[in-house]
Design a protein around this ligand. Structure first.
Ligand SMILES: N[C@@H](CCC(=O)N[C@@H](CS)C(=O)NCC(=O)O)C(=O)O
Length: 215
């Protein structure tokens, strides 16, 4: 059970896509929180105390009072429903279904391709002294294009992914798009998706996104 005075805790790392999405939801609700840094890639493996919070050893996990939760989608919905502030989920069944569909597409088809195959290969690998795997990157481009087209085809309008206001779908997508556009190929792909590019221009200016330096 959580009380109004309990400060939520996000366990994770500032670079993580899913930690970022949860932090954006907290920021947009105007909720103060603590970020406890966890190194899931530590040499000795995932720290034991984190495995107790998250049996799959991923980030983020979350605590509010005595209530503990993992899986970013569940955490984002809890944040929206447990705290005051602007609603981050639409009310109609159709728009709510779209929100679930969008986050499903992002998690199941976009995340690996945009972040690992394109951003990590083009931007992080050389930064860490490793050569880009060009075969992996080139193979990812049509898959990434399919993801962006699918998202764009479902977008509610040029401003929001679902519904008529900012929602968890936008916040779930921002960290992935924020990574892929750091690669030349990712910027080119986004430019070929006019409505999504227009959405990104609006999103990247939001204070919550600027504060985490995601835009
Ligand atoms: N389905 C999980 C995915 C979380 C996830 O994959 N997080 C990444 C960081 S963005 C992670 O923990 N990676 C560590 C690993 O793959 O071992 C969620 O939505 O919370």
């Amino acid at each position: 059970m959580a009380h109004d005075t309990d400060l939520p805790i996000v366990y994770g790392a500032a670079y993580s896509v899913y930690v970022r999405a949860v932090r954006l939801a907290l920021a947009e609700k105007g909720v103060a929180y603590e970020l406890v840094e966890i190194d899931v890639f530590a040499e000795g493996g995932v720290p034991d105390d984190h495995l107790r919070r998250h049996p799959f050893g991923r980030i983020p996990s979350f605590r509010h009072g005595s209530f503990e939760l993992y899986e970013s989608g569940a955490i984002e919905r809890y944040i929206d429903e447990a705290f005051a502030g602007p609603a981050l989920q639409p009310t109609t069944p159709e728009a709510r279904a779209r929100l679930n569909q969008m986050t499903g597409i992002l998690d199941n088809y976009a995340y690996r391709t945009l972040v690992w195959d394109i951003y990590v290969e083009r931007v992080s690998a050389p930064r860490e002294g490793r050569a880009t795997d060009e075969v992996r990157l080139q193979a990812a481009l049509p898959k990434a294009a399919r993801c962006l087209t699918a998202i764009e085809d479902l977008m509610a309008n040029d401003q929001w992914l679902v519904g008529t206001a900012l929602s968890l779908a936008d916040l779930h997508a921002v960290p992935m798009i924020g990574y892929v556009v750091q690669a030349t190929e990712g910027r080119d792909l986004l430019a070929q998706h006019r409505r999504l590019a227009s959405w990104w221009e609006g999103m990247r200016r939001r204070p919550s996104i600027q504060k985490l330096k995601l835009g």
